[in-house]
Design a protein around this ligand. Structure first.
Ligand SMILES: [Zn+2]
Length: 214
């Protein structure tokens, strides 16, 4: 219980800047986009750009919708009893789109999730929603990987959870080092996925990744 309370405190701290009182108005968000257009060297009043600030702000609402949802509360409402099933549940190649918190550039890739249920399972669509909530925030891939795994662990209380994320970062492909053929792979293994080599191996084999520790 103490652990749960600490987790809640952490997530409250993280969501503190999201206080609606601190959120700027739509008009000031659009004004900020006009400033960036001028900074890029163009005229925000020319015909082709007149509607752009409003469109960018609407796109932000879609890209960053995850700040206004609590994945923990959502999963808590929707789990089902396991009914005797005691093997790994695995979902692989779930496409996601996120944005890096360093450049606000797209991160596009795939998530693989596996867990060994103790007494609760969730539907496929719920797992996809879980990924989306974390992806639709400004992210660091390592952090997103751990957030997805920890949320599933704390709500479903499974024997173990494994999350692997493979993604390309557009801040790396379109600027900076300009490397197009690099994929970043991150993983978070909890419970039996961390402690039992066979469980981890079964998961990694199913998603076609080798376990470097074997
Ligand atoms: Zn970046």
């Amino acid at each position: 219980m103490a652990k749960r309370a600490r987790l809640n405190q952490r997530s409250e701290k993280r969501s503190a800047p999201l206080d609606s009182a601190a959120r700027p108005s739509r008009a000031s968000a659009e004004a900020a986009v006009r400033t960036l257009i001028r900074w890029a060297g163009d005229d925000p009043d020319r015909e082709g750009l007149v509607g752009t600030p409003a469109r960018v702000v609407r796109a932000y609402e879609e890209w960053f919708a995850g700040y206004f949802e609590d994945p923990r509360a959502y999963l808590k409402r929707t789990f089902e009893e396991v009914g005797g099933y005691d093997e790994i549940v695995l979902l692989r190649d779930i496409r996601f789109e996120s944005h890096c918190e360093h450049h606000i550039a797209p991160i596009i890739g795939r998530v693989h999730i596996g867990y060994l249920p103790r007494n609760r399972i969730v539907g496929i669509s719920k797992l996809i929603r879980l990924i989306d909530v974390y992806a639709k925030r400004l992210q660091v891939q390592e952090k997103m990987t751990a957030e997805i795994a920890k949320c599933l662990k704390s709500v479903l209380n499974p024997f173990g959870v494994g999350v692997v994320v493979e993604a390309a970062h557009e801040c790396m492909t379109t600027r900076g080092v300009h490397k197009t053929d690099v994929t970043m792979v991150t993983s978070c293994m909890l419970g039996t996925f961390r402690t039992r080599a066979e469980t981890r191996q079964e998961f990694l084999a199913a998603i076609n990744l080798k376990d470097a520790s074997l």
